[in-house]
Every structure is written in structure tokens, then in C-alpha cells.
Unconditional design. Structure first.
Length: 241
């Protein structure tokens, strides 16, 4: 199977969703239940809308876990390993599941949650207005999308790298990132106390636009680079689960 086949990707997706449908269902119900519960208790659509934003950010981790469940699960990894699908085809499914399916799924979840809360809403805002605000702030905001994809791609990488204990892998990643932030903070503080900087750079408007464009490009390339690294790891680890 040296050639790439979209048909095999589709068949693998059908197999994956049929095996893990109850996991996805539990995630969907949890994403709906939390903002709906607090929205109903407060009788306020704003409350549900504000709760949906962090859910969108952090639920990507759960989506990454579900994406790799057939490859990591004790009862499914053997079957998954002998399926007629290449690492590239698996990776395409993983990326599409996080880049396309997850945002669309969350948009549907948000509509359902806000629709339920709107029945009990006591403030002067309609379902359409609340959903439009959520779309403007989160669903259609490119920076939010890229930030969420950085989280999804990082979670996918952790899931591919982790050997046995996925919880331990996430704990190591969390505390490792916190340690790096602390080192960066103290490093910058040390530089500010011990090094004198002389800034003579006065960029023009055109140069500022170029700098902003460069920074945006780098920001957008972060998830692309991590997803590419995920493919490299998947090729190395595919037969070593």
C-alpha cells in the first residue's frame, strides 16, 4: 500500500466512528450539559455563551484522545494495527478530525446548548444574538481557531508519544510547560536587570505591516509544524503501540 487513497481514509473514518461512537457521544453530552446547566440556573444566555468559550479551547484535548482511541485502546489497537491503511492515511484522518470535524461539531453543540437555555432565558437577548456573539468572538475568529488548533495538535502529539499512562504524559507536559514559563520569566527578568538595551529601531508603517504579517504567519505555522511532527511520530510508532 504505497499509494495514498482517499477511499481508504473514508473507510478508516467509518471504522473509527463506529468503534468510538459512544466516546464521542459522551463528549458531546458533556459539552452540552455544562453550559446548559449553568445557563438554566442563571436564566441567562450570556452565562452559557461565556462557558462555551473555555469549553471550545479545552475540549480539543478530549477530541484528540478520542481521535487516537482506536490506536491506543487495549481492545482496539491490535485490530487497528492490521487495518489496510497507511500512516499517511491515518494522519489525514487525524488532522481532518481535529481541524474540520471538531470546529463544526462544536458549532452544533453550541447551537443546541444556547437553544435549550434560550427557553429559560430572562435577559433581553435572543438565541440569534447570543450565537452571533459567540461566532464573532470564537467560532469565526481566526486567532481563536489557530490557538485551539495549537492545543489540539499538541494533545495529538502527546497521545502519539505516550506509551502507557496517558494521564502521566499530560502531567509531564503540563508541569514541563509551566517550568519553561517560569524559566522564561526569570530569564527575561535577569536580562532586564543585567543587560542594557538600546533601541534605535523606528519602523515605518510599511515595516510594521511586514512585521505583523510575519508574526501572524509564524503563529499560523505553529499548528502546521506540530501536525507535521505528529505524522513523523506516527510513522515511527505505528507498529510499536
Amino acid at each position: 500500500m504505497k499509494s495514498f487513497s482517499i477511499s481508504r481514509v473514508a473507510h478508516y473514518a467509518r471504522y473509527h466512528y463506529s468503534v468510538t461512537r459512544f466516546n464521542y457521544l459522551s463528549y458531546i453530552l458533556a459539552m452540552i450539559a455544562l453550559p446548559t446547566l449553568f445557563g438554566i440556573l442563571s436564566k441567562n444566555l450570556y452565562t452559557a455563551k461565556e462557558m462555551l468559550i473555555p469549553i471550545y479551547i479545552f475540549a480539543g484535548v478530549a477530541m484528540a484522545v478520542a481521535t487516537t482511541r482506536t490506536m491506543r485502546g487495549r481492545g482496539t489497537k491490535i485490530m487497528d494495527g492490521v487495518l489496510p491503511v497507511t500512516a499517511a492515511e491515518r494522519h489525514v484522518f487525524n488532522v481532518v478530525n481535529l481541524v474540520v470535524v471538531y470546529p463544526v461539531l462544536f458549532a452544533i453543540v453550541a447551537a443546541v446548548a444556547l437553544g435549550i437555555v434560550s427557553v429559560f432565558n430572562k435577559v433581553s437577548i435572543s438565541f440569534g444574538e447570543a450565537y452571533a456573539l459567540l461566532a464573532e468572538d470564537t467560532l469565526l475568529e481566526w486567532t481563536a481557531y489557530v490557538f485551539v488548533q495549537i492545543g489540539c495538535s499538541t494533545a495529538l502529539l502527546i497521545n502519539l508519544l505516550a506509551r502507557r499512562s496517558l494521564i502521566l504524559a499530560y502531567m509531564i507536559a503540563f508541569f514541563g510547560s509551566q517550568a519553561l514559563l517560569v524559566l522564561f520569566f526569570f530569564g527575561m527578568e535577569w536580562l532586564s536587570d543585567n543587560v542594557e538595551f538600546s533601541w534605535s529601531f523606528n519602523p515605518t508603517d510599511a515595516e510594521m505591516d511586514a512585521i505583523k504579517c510575519t508574526l501572524k504567519t509564524i503563529f499560523c505555522m505553529i499548528p502546521v509544524a506540530i501536525y507535521t511532527l505528529c505524522y513523523v511520530v506516527l510513522r515511527k510508532r505505528q507498529v510499536k503501540w
